[in-house]
Design a protein around this ligand. Structure first.
Ligand code: AMP
Length: 186
């Protein structure tokens, strides 16, 4: 099972992705988490990514390719994986296909899209900002991140729809309720 999670920031894909990973016994890779860890550790990658992340923009594609390629080559990812936050644009989706064929791995099975309205997203991200204190969760940055999702990432819905892989689910409701919806749909 090779799953891509699609949805605006705050759509709940990170949380649901964790639950799916536990349920299916496959790893989840979040490029956002990996980048935040690199920033916290002060690595070269982290130094290159920090200002762009704080501004709510996407970092250069090349900065995330290494993270994904290395993780997908690990033994535990051979029977499947869940990608959270990658691909973020069409170029990344094409590169992902190239990585999988290089690894002689099957292509993506499904792209799971959690749909949540913009206004609901803004409310959720505000409360996350208060709880977690994420630097990229301020009002201005939140709006920027949503705009970038709509401009760069949402074309992936069409991309995977054309491949017959898109599954769109309503991302509003209780955690367990949404999780049950996901398991049923996959
Ligand atoms: P996320 O936690 O997935 O919302 O990611 C947080 C931030 O990390 C994003 O706003 C981007 O700056 C950066 N980021 C994460 N994944 C990617 C990606 N696939 N391509 C470019 N930037 C990314």
């Amino acid at each position: 099972m090779r799953i891509i999670l699609l949805g605006a920031p705050g759509s709940g894909k990170g949380t649901q992705g964790e639950k799916m990973a536990a349920h299916y016994g496959i790893p989840k890779l979040s490029t956002g988490d990996a980048l935040r860890a690199a920033v916290a550790a002060g690595t070269e990658l982290g130094k290159k990514a920090k200002a762009t992340m704080d501004a709510g923009k996407l970092v250069a594609n090349e900065l995330v390719y290494g993270i994904v390629e290395q993780r997908l080559a690990q033994p535990d990812a051979q029977k499947g994986f869940i990608l959270d936050g990658f691909p973020r644009n069409i170029a990344q989706a094409d590169v992902l296909e190239g990585m999988l064929s290089k690894l002689k791995a099957p292509s993506i099975s499904k792209a799971l899209h959690l749909h949540v309205e913009d206004e609901e997203i803004i409310t959720r991200l505000h409360s996350r900002a208060i709880k977690e204190g994420r630097a990229d969760d301020t009002e201005e940055v939140i709006r920027k991140r949503i705009a970038i999702y709509n401009a760069d990432t949402s074309p992936l819905l069409d991309y995977y729809q054309k491949q017959g892989k898109l599954v769109t689910l309503e991302g509003k409701g209780g955690l367990e309720e949404i999780f049950a919806r996901i398991i049923k749909a996959l």
